[in-house]
Design a protein around this ligand. Structure first.
Ligand SMILES: NC(=O)c1ccc[n+]([C@@H]2O[C@H](COP(=O)([O-])OP(=O)(O)OC[C@H]3O[C@@H](n4cnc5c(N)ncnc54)[C@H](OP(=O)(O)O)[C@@H]3O)[C@@H](O)[C@H]2O)c1
Length: 256
């Protein structure tokens, strides 16, 4: 088998949370390009419909899966639908990551729990239920989108890095627990990407000296530059990679 065939996802079914735009959309598109059917999750139906339409227009196979991942009942219903409609789930990309950057002293209990729920607990529950489906076929790929936040931290940012590092712990635990069932678990840690969410920062010329000094490639990442990492970890090309954090940051975290 050629190495290119090992990147094929023909016959695979994937769920990408928060896949309607940004990095999630680019990863979903990469899986579709490799032959997978992708369920694109998010809360806003119009965004999901537009994403699905874009993918179908280029000949790919996708459907919208509208639910709030932080809502346990909605999450369970969505997983039941996937089981009923497809009978399998091969790839889960836990991509949703809400951002709430402020000093810890300014967080009340409710805001801490809400962020931990969306950015960590929801992915733990989804992964548990996805692994149950994956075990049936003795094959699966669990991919957690973490962040370089946690390895390096901006002042006034505690809860989000805590959740992302928690996700890294989850990823490692699942690599060990599910490896015997043919299921790998890995993380992608993005650096600074010029997604919609970061549009104002990415357009801020005053930030560019910092970007040039701190990011060795001297620029923001383009959202589509996350796609290769996702495809590698989702496919057989990455079949012996398990428990790894693939940092995609233009070298930001290794610069002294
Ligand atoms: N962009 C970066 O530079 C960067 C850097 C480091 C790490 N990351 C991580 O990479 C991931 C993607 O980042 P991004 O900037 O591409 O994301 P984003 O644009 O902020 O959000 C992606 C999608 O998530 C959906 N979403 C948010 N909350 C949700 C929920 N509770 N349930 C279901 N869907 C939800 C949103 O759609 P709806 O609002 O319609 O639900 C949105 O389409 C995140 O985990 C982020 O922490 C990004």
């Amino acid at each position: 088998m050629s190495i290119f065939h090992r990147f094929s996802l023909a016959g695979r079914v994937a769920l990408v949370t928060g896949g309607g735009r940004g990095l999630g959309f680019e990863m979903a598109r990469a899986l579709v390009d490799a032959g997978a059917h992708v369920i694109i999750n998010g809360r806003t139906v119009a965004t999901l419909d537009a994403a699905v339409e874009t993918i179908r227009a280029s000949g790919g196979s996708a459907e919208a899966g509208a639910f709030n991942i932080a809502d346990c009942d909605a999450q369970r219903a969505a997983m039941n639908d996937i089981e009923k409609n497809h009978g399998r789930l091969d790839i889960l990309i836990n991509n949703v990551g809400a951002r709430d950057r402020r000093a810890l002293a300014d967080f009340d209990d409710e805001a801490i729990l809400a962020l931990l729920n969306t950015d960590l607990a929801a992915s733990i529950m989804l992964s548990r239920d996805a692994a149950r489906l994956m075990k049936r076929h003795n094959h699966g790929r669990l991919i957690s989108v973490t962040s370089i936040s946690g390895q390096v931290v901006m002042p006034g940012d505690c809860v989000y890095p805590a959740a992302k590092q928690g996700l890294t712990g989850l990823m490692r635990g699942m690599a060990v627990e599910f490896g015997p069932y043919g299921i790998t678990s890995n993380a992608i840690a993005p650096g600074w990407f010029a997604t919609e969410t970061n549009a104002a920062m990415a357009a801020n010329e005053d930030l560019m000296p910092f970007v040039r000094q701190r990011i060795p490639v001297q620029r923001w990442g383009r959202p589509d530059e996350i796609a290769g990492a996702a495809l590698f970890l989702a496919s057989d090309a990455g079949s012996f990679v398990n428990g790894h954090v693939l940092t995609v940051d233009g070298g930001m975290t290794v610069r002294m």
